[in-house]
Design a binder for this molecule. Structure first.
Ligand SMILES: *[C@@H]1O[C@H](CO)[C@@H](O)[C@H](O)[C@H]1NC(C)=O
Ligand SMILES: *[C@@H]1O[C@H](CO)[C@@H](O)[C@H](O)[C@H]1NC(C)=O
Ligand SMILES: *[C@@H]1O[C@H](CO)[C@@H](O)[C@H](O)[C@H]1NC(C)=O
Ligand SMILES: CC(=O)N[C@H]1CO[C@H](CO)[C@@H](O)[C@@H]1O
Length: 535
């Protein structure tokens, strides 16, 4: 999920891990030969080939901490003799999170997973990036498996990137001179390059790769399109977020100095050398886990993250030739009324916080736009504001900005299934739609109380989603968006008419986006110091 399901995740009733179907006893072990060596996987219950935890770059630990991802050394001599057993998830990148079924944390975490039909060549490929506010998340999340895609003739790939302080230190000792210190963005590029170069060995078509993600994973998809105007991507999926969703960012060194002090390192030159010697788990102090870990997010470096999107679009610095599917859940913000409960019980205080990241919108305009009388509690009022600022309105704004230049289709998800995110009374909130797009079945295996209706909805959504991935330019079967605030979309999972794709219009939900946020997006983001606010 995004934007800080993190601390809440600790109390969500995540079921015990039930990662992947076990290899069937049928037939031989699936094997691919790669320049980096031989990789053996296993077969799932439908005889698809599954490969988990394949490294796509060196460890990010030691002297590689806060360096761009480094290529793996190529083996010398007989490559087929050097076998990697890709039978369980590789490590999750270090992050402040407990109580999940993710694989163990380790800085040797730049690895990816592939689900492929047992046979076939030149198959379409769907690459999926998880969310987590760019501070948490893992490709080992049991809701994000690729079995359904492989069953339907599409190769599914998921991968990890660095998170939080290990990805975005925002240090004065790094960056400048056109260099980036947005290491997670560089990790995404490395993963996509690896997939482009190697997917043919798994039966994939390097010229037919669709890149999608949810929440901060979707922000990464968007950065990729802005950073690669001539990309070879065949399609893109942006679920709930894009480059103007955030996350918020702090002044240089503001957050790093606090963490350095926590672990006994000083300030100024040499700080990073001192911090590189601190174990990744030792950096996760109680204060880091509870608070500081959300302060480390990609900076605007004008190399990998920008602020002047309308000008860049006008200059052709965007991949508008890539067909795009985008949309939101109908209750994005609800879960965040709980996630941020400790700081959002007073709306006026909330909108001034680092987490609200809304300093580009005048407080009076926000107070007027979210009338107390419309919300049962102040926290729900704050959550609605967060859902708009981070998810609904970025999607609406970019539809307006780019919809004339880029073939785009929009959805809105209404399936009211609390068991996905796991908190009663919140669905369809942020992230509820993900396992439905991914086809349910194995992706539902870690949830409690999945119903036949839920799987039927997943089957219906997955069917057209897979067909679209196979031919993005043809569209998913409904009208393209139209700039101007009242373009077409479809409603998915509408209670009472669940399996239909119900025609709708953006004007059904975007009044605040158009009136309050849209004119001010060019001012976003405003650098804010979280340290002062929280102490
Ligand atoms: C390379 O290693 C594989 C697997 O061990 C073996 O079957 C093959 O004969 C070796 N090739 C050479 C040229 O040594
Ligand atoms: C912080 O979280 C990590 C898990 O990410 C955990 O291992 C560690 O014990 C926590 N630290 C403290 C001080 O609670
Ligand atoms: C599974 O796929 C492999 C590779 O295509 C094939 O050799 C084998 O017969 C298949 N097994 C079953 C049970 O279909
Ligand atoms: C120094 C460095 O890592 N630069 C990279 C920053 O990101 C851009 C675009 O994503 C790359 O092209 C640079 O090589």
């Amino acid at each position: 999920m995004l934007f800080k399901l993190l601390s809440l995740a600790a109390c969500l009733p995540f079921a015990a891990a039930s990662p992947c179907a076990k290899p069937s006893s049928a037939s031989g072990t699936p094997r691919v030969l790669l320049p980096q060596g031989t990789v053996d996987g296993f077969r799932d219950s439908h005889n698809n080939s599954v490969f988990l935890g394949i490294p796509f770059a060196q460890s990010t630990g030691g002297q590689n901490r806060w360096k761009r991802p480094q290529d793996l050394p190529l083996p010398q001599g007989n490559k087929s003799a050097d076998v990697f057993h890709a039978t369980s998830y590789g490590p999750t990148c270090p992050q402040a999170i407990t109580g999940t079924s993710y694989s163990r944390q380790d800085e040797d975490c730049l690895n990816l997973n592939v689900w492929a039909p047992s046979e076939g060549a030149k198959l379409p490929v769907f690459v999926y990036m998880y969310g987590g506010a760019m501070v948490t998340g893992s490709s080992s999340n049991p809701q994000f498996q690729g079995n359904n895609f492989a069953r339907n003739g599409v190769i599914f790939v998921s991968f990890n990137t660095r998170e939080s302080i290990w990805a975005s230190p925002n240090s004065a000792e790094l960056g400048g001179d056109g260099k980036s210190q947005n290491f997670s963005i560089l990790d995404v590029e490395k993963a996509l390059d690896w997939i482009h170069q190697n997917i043919v060995s798994f039966g994939g078509d390097p010229d037919h790769i669709v890149f999608g993600g949810h929440s901060s994973g979707s922000v990464h998809v968007d950065h990729y399109l802005w950073n690669h105007p001539d990309t070879w991507l065949k399609g893109a999926v942006q679920m709930s977020a894009n480059a103007v969703s955030g996350p918020a960012y702090a002044p240089s060194n503001a957050a790093l100095d606090v963490v350095a002090a926590e672990v006994g390192c000083g300030t100024g030159p040499g700080q990073l050398e001192c911090l590189r010697a601190v174990d990744a788990l030792a950096m996760q102090t109680a204060f880091f886990n509870a608070t500081a870990h959300t302060w480390f997010t990609p900076v605007i470096d004008d190399v990998t993250r920008f602020a002047d999107y309308p000008a860049r679009l006008a200059a052709g610095a965007y991949a508008s030739h890539v067909p795009l599917l985008t949309g939101n859940s109908a209750g994005e913000g609800t879960i965040f009324s709980l996630v941020y409960a400790a700081e959002n019980a007073d709306f006026a205080d909330w909108i001034a916080t680092f987490d609200a990241d809304s300093a580009h919108v005048p407080a009076a305009a926000l107070r007027a736009a979210y009338d107390t009388a419309d919300f049962a509690t102040e926290s729900l009022r704050s959550g609605a504001q967060y859902g708009d600022a981070r998810f609904n309105c970025p999607v609406d704004y970019f539809v307006d900005l780019r919809g004339a230049a880029q073939a785009t289709w929009e959805y809105r998800f209404y399936g009211a299934y609390d068991n996905v995110v796991g908190v009663p009374g919140t669905a369809p909130t942020h992230g509820t739609e993900i396992p439905f797009f991914l086809g349910g079945n194995e992706c539902f295996a870690s949830l409690q109380g999945v119903t036949a209706a839920q799987q039927a909805l997943a089957d219906a959504i997955h069917a057209w989603f897979v067909a679209w991935i196979k031919d993005p330019a043809a569209g998913p079967g409904w009208e393209q968006v139209k700039p101007g605030g009242d373009g077409a979309l479809v409603k998915l999972g509408v209670p009472g008419d669940e399996l239909a794709r119900v025609p709708g219009s953006a004007s059904g939900h975007n009044a605040r986006c158009q009136a309050v946020y849209k004119p001010l997006f060019p001012e976003y983001p405003v650098v804010q110091n979280p340290v002062r606010k929280s102490s």
